[in-house]
Design a protein around this ligand. Structure first.
Ligand code: NAI
Length: 295
């Protein structure tokens, strides 16, 4: 299998490394607007791979011919928020980037599935889907898995003994929530407190080290693995809804079955009234953002 990473920055390269070391992949390509960066990262990653006896062909550049025949593309290209830049400024800049990438993806890798990471991720997932002309099952976003991983970290920190299932769903942003009716953990939890901590932890890391990298990279890896190994496991994933949970024409995080074909199935849990309201609130926040971007 061939995998393309579009965006050879911190998150793109960290996730590429974890995928290369842990999966049976034949070929990896890195694309970045900074050609030398992509080539240099590819060279460096080739050494990491060979050092652990992995014979993966790895190349990089800014030419989209490289992504031909990729089965999966991980898109983390974009700009980060700079001082004085509003969330909407960031969204419109990254929307422009995702729109241009989606055209390249349709042209050079029309059969590839696309895993979107660039923030605001749910909005970018929708734009990638809309502009690439791909089906809903082929375009999906990583966000709620990372939120959930952060939740597990907090649950273990507070002494939970066993986590059978604990997801965060909704917007990968402030309106994310824990659907307690599908949570199954052993131990007492102050859910409001842990949700608050999870919501704020990315900002805390960014304040200290400038970016979140390893948590996102491992979450990307788990989703790539689900596709590469066709694990058909349940993962909260941003996907365009079409009537599921009474929501349509917006991408947001819900539990799905992820496998070789991408989103194999959207799981429709029976949520409580309050949880459904939370999900709809996320949907309307995201629709509002899409509207401001002309969708
Ligand atoms: P970074 O700045 O290290 O890397 C972004 C890369 O994209 C840069 O190398 C840049 O040259 C490249 N790029 C910019 N415009 C491009 C274009 N038109 N075509 C190709 N490449 C282009 O940023 P980092 O830390 O890797 O983050 C990437 C994105 O992922 C950001 O939007 C960030 O907010 C998001 N993110 C999302 C997470 C999630 O859970 N969904 C978690 C962490 C980051």
């Amino acid at each position: 299998m061939k995998i393309g990473f579009i965006g050879a920055g911190r998150v793109g390269t960290a996730s590429a490394l974890i995928c290369i070391l842990n999966l049976e992949i034949d070929e990896v390509v890195l694309i970045d607007i900074l050609r030398d960066l992509a080539i240099g990262e590819a060279m460096d990653l080739s050494h990491a791979a060979v050092g652990l006896n992995k014979t993966v062909k790895i190349s990089g550049g800014d030419d989209y011919n490289l992504i031909r025949n990729s089965e999966l593309l991980v898109v983390s290209a974009g700009v980060a928020r700079k001082p004085g830049m509003s969330r909407l400024d960031l969204a419109s800049k990254n929307a422009e980037i995702i729109r241009s990438i989606s055209k390249k993806v349709s042209k050079y890798a029309s059969d590839a599935k696309v895993l979107v990471v660039t923030n605001p991720m749910d909005v970018m997932t929708y734009i990638m889907w809309k502009e690439s002309g791909k089906s809903r099952r082929e375009v999906f976003g990583m966000g709620n898995l990372l939120d959930s991983v952060r939740l597990w970290e907090r649950l273990y920190f507070y002494g939970v003994k066993e986590i059978k299932k604990a997801w965060i769903i909704g917007e990968h942003g402030d309106s994310m929530f824990i659907p307690k009716s599908i949570v199954n953990v052993r131990g007492d939890v102050d859910w409001n407190n842990v949700l608050n901590e999870v919501r704020n932890v990315a900002a805390e890391i960014i304040k200290r080290k400038g970016a979140t990298i390893f948590g996102p990279a491992v979450s990307i890896y788990r989703m790539v693995r689900a596709v590469v190994e066709d694990t058909r496991e349940e993962i909260p994933t941003s996907v365009v809804l079409n009537g599921e949970y009474g929501i349509s024409d917006v991408a947001l995080g819900v539990p799905v079955i992820l496998g070789r074909n991408g989103v194999e199935k959207i799981i429709e849990y029976e949520l409580s009234y309050e949880e459904l309201e939370n999900l709809r609130k996320s949907a309307s926040i995201l629709k509002e953002q899409l509207k401001k971007l002309g969708y």
